[in-house]
Design a protein around this ligand. Structure first.
Ligand code: PLP
Length: 365
């Protein structure tokens, strides 16, 4: 650290230089995040100093967290769901598995996940000492529900399905998983970190949430398609009481117990997440999602006219192609199977899609 502080103008000129080295979202097609909605940025600024880790000091912000949980629970067809605002999908997935593991104390616990599961489950298994059993995918990149039953045994503490897979944007057969979970009496966690803010707003939403009786918990991330500021995730559980098993005593805080993974927690991004939901409403979110889905379809159609076939028809706004390279200046990503992957987030507007397609066309010319 410096002995004597840096003058503010010099400091900010240095910060600005570093900031300018960041890529603008303009040509980023590989991210599941997007610039925050203006109301999110405004709400975030208003709540900058709030700390949900000590909610008694910030009762107004804590009430907003409860409202966010209530809104998202209702969206997932369970207004009385339990929940709290996490730092994102990783924390939500870890916490869901902590609950599942505590509910079923066994000697050598395992979880059953699709081969498409997000790498946060690898972290969760490492932290929680869980064996990860991977179920293969079918031709549509969905978890093969027929192979699930054989992977479950008396040591299985949780079954996981994904609603909107990170790499291929498909929804696993959650209704079938729900049946299996009920039949085998296993905790079913649905990772809807991405799809949770997409599927409910589609014209024909596939069931993936608490409307299915076997679903125990859901991860949903406002900082992805919810256009909140980062970090804003949410873990929802069917029974609010389930969080009690995670409680630790917090003697010197305004609350006596805490079930969250983080101690100090931002209120700003929680207010931002709530603000977007409230400002846009179902109608506004449907319009945003319809636009993203339309752009996804246009991108797929355009890529196919250039001879780059889709890997799969996605359920959400993630498009994948057999295409080895992107035109210069564009950021795309590559799936573990080598497909080009593009997420049509709100910043990937129709203009952006057309510019990208034009560059793809020129690349081949
Ligand atoms: N689950 C899914 C399906 C995801 O797509 C992601 C991130 O892309 C995560 C979990 C992890 O979320 P986060 O990066 O917010 O921790």
């Amino acid at each position: 650290m410096r002995e004597v502080g840096c003058p503010e103008e010099d400091l900010f000129s240095f910060l600005l230089t570093r900031r300018q080295e960041d890529l603008g979202y303009r040509n980023i097609l590989s991210s599941m995040c997007t610039p925050p909605h203006p109301v999110a940025a405004r709400a975030h600024a208003l709540f900058l100093e709030t700390n949900l880790g000590d909610p008694g000091l910030f009762p107004g912000t804590a009430a907003l967290e409860d409202l966010l949980v209530e809104r998202l629970g209702t969206l997932m067809h369970h207004p009385d769901a339990g929940g709290y605002a996490t730092s994102g999908g990783t924390e939500s997935n870890i916490q869901a598995l902590r609950i599942a593991k505590k509910q079923k104390p066994v000697q050598s616990p395992n979880i059953v996940v699709p081969a498409s599961s997000h790498f946060s489950f690898t972290k969760a298994c490492d932290i929680l000492g869980l064996e990860m059993r991977t179920v293969p995918l079918d031709d549509e990149f969905q978890m093969d529900a027929g192979a699930v039953d054989g992977c479950i045994d008396k040591n299985t503490v949780a079954l996981v399905g994904v609603a909107g897979t990170t790499e291929y944007g498909v929804v696993d057969p959650i209704a079938a998983l729900s049946e299996i979970a009920l039949d085998r009496d296993v905790f079913l966690h649905v990772d809807a970190a991405f799809g949770g803010m997409v599927v409910p707003f589609l014209d024909r939403p596939v069931p993936f949430d608490f409307s299915l009786p076997g679903v125990s918990s859901i991860s949903v991330d406002p900082h992805k398609m919810g256009m909140s500021t980062i970090p804003a995730g949410c873990l929802l559980t069917r029974d609010p009481e389930w969080f009690a098993c995670l409680n630790v005593d917090t003697p010197y805080l305004t609350v006596k117990r805490e079930c969250t993974l983080a101690g100090t927690r931002p209120g700003a991004s929680v207010a931002a997440a709530f603000a977007v939901l409230e400002y846009l409403g179902m109608d506004g979110m449907r319009a945003v999602v319809a636009g993203c889905m339309e752009n996804t379809r246009r991108l797929i159609e355009g890529m196919e006219t250039f001879g780059y076939p889709r890997a799969v028809t996605p359920d959400v706004n993630v498009a994948t192609f057999s295409c080895a390279r992107a035109p210069a200046g564009w950021r795309v990503s590559t799936t573990r199977n080598g497909h080009m992957r593009i997420i049509c987030m709100p910043h990937v507007t129709r203009d952006v899609v057309e510019r990208f397609l034009a560059d793809i066309g020129d690349m081949d010319a």
